[in-house]
Write a protein that binds this ligand. Sequence first.
Ligand SMILES: NC(=O)C1=CN([C@@H]2O[C@H](COP(=O)(O)OP(=O)(O)OC[C@H]3O[C@@H](n4cnc5c(N)ncnc54)[C@H](OP(=O)(O)O)[C@@H]3O)[C@@H](O)[C@H]2O)C=CC1
Ligand SMILES: O=C(OP(=O)(O)O)[C@H](O)COP(=O)(O)O
Length: 346
Amino acid sequence: MPVARTHEDMLKVGVNGYGTIGKRVADAVVAQPDMELVGVAKTRPNFEAERAVAKGYSLYAAIEERADQFVKADIELAGLVDELVEESDVVVDATPSGIGAENKSLYEAHDTPALYQGGEDAEMVDTSFNARANFADASGAEHVRVVSCNTTGLSRLVAPLEAEYGIEKVRATLVRRAGDPAQSGRGPVNDILPNPISLPSHHGPDVQTIFPDLAIDTLGLKVPATLMHMHSVNVSLEAEPDAEEVRELLEGESRLFVVPERFGIDGAGKLKEFALDAGRPRGDLWENCLWGESVSMEGNDLYLFQAIHQESDVVPENVDAVRAVAGTADAAESVETTNDALGIGF
Ligand SMILES: NC(=O)C1=CN([C@@H]2O[C@H](COP(=O)(O)OP(=O)(O)OC[C@H]3O[C@@H](n4cnc5c(N)ncnc54)[C@H](OP(=O)(O)O)[C@@H]3O)[C@@H](O)[C@H]2O)C=CC1
Ligand SMILES: O=C(OP(=O)(O)O)[C@H](O)COP(=O)(O)O
């Protein structure tokens, strides 16, 4: 049971950038027993601004010159983003790729530690972050990058395999969704793209920001889908466990959902339907979704398929990164608190 906290004890969290990731992180912060959402920042008064205010979130203008647009749209503003940053113990920057780097000086000016997302360069932060793999590295850090959805998915899988068996090499092919459901301008609409065409894709080097000594090759594609990414993974282990043993190991991981055969889930569409039936907010799947019957061993080679819900798997990681930076919990405590508060696990 989490310890009841007074208002003064609560970690004050601001969210700058209220899109796919930011709105989910804001909701997740509100659900935590030890956190308080100071507010969220946006550049313009669209439907997301309306909904944020309707939920009772304090809304801040991310760009001062555009603050009057909110007034004209009759959307109540709590202030400017500077005030949000000043009032926060930790800011989660969930702005589009590259904007986080531009915002770094804003956070430094207020001496407020900041979390960035996977679209930012690893070089701009003190450490990249995955709760399962390197929680402690973010302790007391000023600038932390929560790695991308695909890198988070790979890191969650690599961590227990590395600890239990040792890994010779990871080879992963990432079949990536073209865009998120609301991104009407993204493609391809009718094509299958090697993306990037040259090897490796950025995902392998990105996983190495979490596991510096890991041998990993990744290939990427983009397909006309919006629901989830799909990974076809081969891990050469330093041991030869049987498939059942590996499956049991993976089933013991709180953020890996090993999809049972009896569910009859044949792809991302049914996974999303399952999440909606289970009452998940926005149909989110915070866990890697890994097909149990795909877990196979050939000698020391492990093979499996996993689906990654790009819109939500990094959300619990952001919540944990807040505690890591603030130094208020260790990895096990934080993951348990986050999982309980969100309802992670089926
Ligand atoms: N979507 C995904 O699948 C994943 C994304 N990521 C990473 O998360 C980050 C955010 O991505 P995502 O949520 O998809 O992006 P979105 O475009 O959905 O959301 C970002 C929001 O930030 C707002 N914004 C733009 N400029 C600024 C600014 N200067 N200050 C404050 N807010 C601004 C925009 O809203 P408005 O202009 O209306 O205010 C926009 O809606 C990126 O680094 C991305 O790589 C990581 C994992 C998965
Ligand atoms: O970080 C992501 O994917 P990536 O790990 O393939 O770069 C997110 O799904 C965002 O991808 P996008 O840059 O295609 O919007």
